[in-house]
Ligand binder design. Structure first.
Ligand code: UT7
Length: 330
């Protein structure tokens, strides 16, 4: 059965964060930084760090179990599992396949999406389209990152920003209007070098030299990413609101990518959305890339910030350069 255009709903949400907390004070002892600098420049106070031997598939499947439980859906009912990540368990096979195995989702097919911080949002559109097209009835979309594993812990420019987490949603048609009203995704490949992990792939296979030169960690042009981020978040928010036939003032909540409080405030200001209507949790988790929005969405729902019928917009940006937005009626 092909679902009507506006009938693919988020049935449930879930998230998981590792228990180990790394505070700004802890970082002061590791690199030349200060709690004051990190808080004023980013808004981040602490982040969660997974154990060295805990893979992304574990974080992802814990979030998935909570989303399935919230949706009242069993793993066997899943047709499609999409994992947005740039820190999967291995280069191949996909982390999606490992999650499928852990969940026992034997009737699904699984794959990963590589779109950096926009990975989960890309997955949301792909999953929504599959339900609409009738090629899947029930879809699990996960965003997961173990960024602590690819951060240079001696580089103060990047190591204070990132954290580990997972978030997940279950999508299905509910036979009533609402749900995911519109999505928009974009990329601009001319900006790949703004934010990348240079080595480890076919471009620069791993060698002693790539390890010595610290090429298996995040390299970022922070200022450039900042400027593109604000422009992209505003543009895609306006574009996706228009596609949904809505205005910024109709929003009950804006859930932006949690990278930097100054980027979030600038975006909200440009859209005319007051900060009371903007969900922020980056103070606790830092930037968790693809996990950032589903983690924030889950916290917003469970804390009562999203009620049935509420109109919610989500906007994100990341390496690639990628950016995306979605408008959802809960
Ligand atoms: O999901 C997408 C991922 N990326 C992002 O969202 C990043 C977007 N960019 C940003 O959030 C900001 O550009 C940063 C937080 C990364 C940096 O903030 P900024 O206000 O753009 O600072 P800056 O890079 O211009 O650096 C200002 C100064 C520099 O010192 P000098 O050259 O002025 O003497 C840096 O060396 O701050 C210094 N600095 C630090 N100082 C203390 C950079 N990192 C630190 C640090 N502690 N951790």
């Amino acid at each position: 059965m092909i679902a009507p255009a506006h009938d693919v709903h988020i049935l449930g949400t879930g998230s998981y964060t590792p228990s180990h907390v790394l505070t700004n004070q802890d970082l002061e002892a590791m690199v030349d930084t200060s709690d004051e600098w990190i808080v004023t420049r980013t808004g981040i106070r602490e982040r969660r760090i997974a154990d060295p031997d805990t893979p992304s598939s574990f974080l992802a499947s814990e979030a998935a179990k909570r989303a399935l439980d919230d949706a009242g859906v069993s793993a066997k009912e899943l047709d499609q599992i999409i994992v947005g990540t740039v820190t999967g368990d291995r280069i191949f096979p996909s982390t999606g396949c490992s999650v499928q195995d852990i969940l026992g989702a034997s009737n699904a097919y699984a794959f990963d999406v590589s779109a950096a911080c926009a990975g989960w949002m890309y997955g949301l559109q792909i999953g929504r389209d599959a339900v609409r097209a009738g090629t899947a009835k029930t879809v699990l979309v996960i965003g997961v990152e173990s960024l602590s594993k690819i951060v240079n812990w001696t580089d103060r420019n990047t190591c204070v920003l990132f954290g580990d987490a997972a978030g997940a949603v279950v999508l299905r048609s509910r036979g009533e209007p609402g749900g995911i009203l519109a999505t928009r995704v974009h990329s601009d490949g001319s900006l790949v070098h703004l934010l990348e992990m240079p080595a480890g792939g076919s471009l620069m296979p791993p060698s002693h030299l790539t390890v010595e030169r610290q090429l298996h960690v995040i390299h970022m042009s922070g200022n450039d990413v900042f400027k593109h981020a604000v422009r992209a978040m505003q543009a895609v928010a306006l574009e996706v609101l228009e596609a949904a036939g809505k205005k910024a003032e109709d929003l009950a909540l804006l859930v932006p990518h949690q990278a930097n409080l100054r980027i979030i405030e600038a975006t909200a200001h440009r859209l005319g959305v007051p900060m009371e209507k903007v969900f922020v949790n980056l103070d606790k988790y830092g930037n968790t890339s693809s996990a950032s929005i589903p983690l924030a969405l889950d916290e917003a729902r469970r804390s009562g910030r999203i009620q049935k019928g509420d109109l919610v917009a989500m906007v994100t940006f990341g390496g690639g350069f990628t950016w995306a937005g979605a408008v959802v009626q809960f």
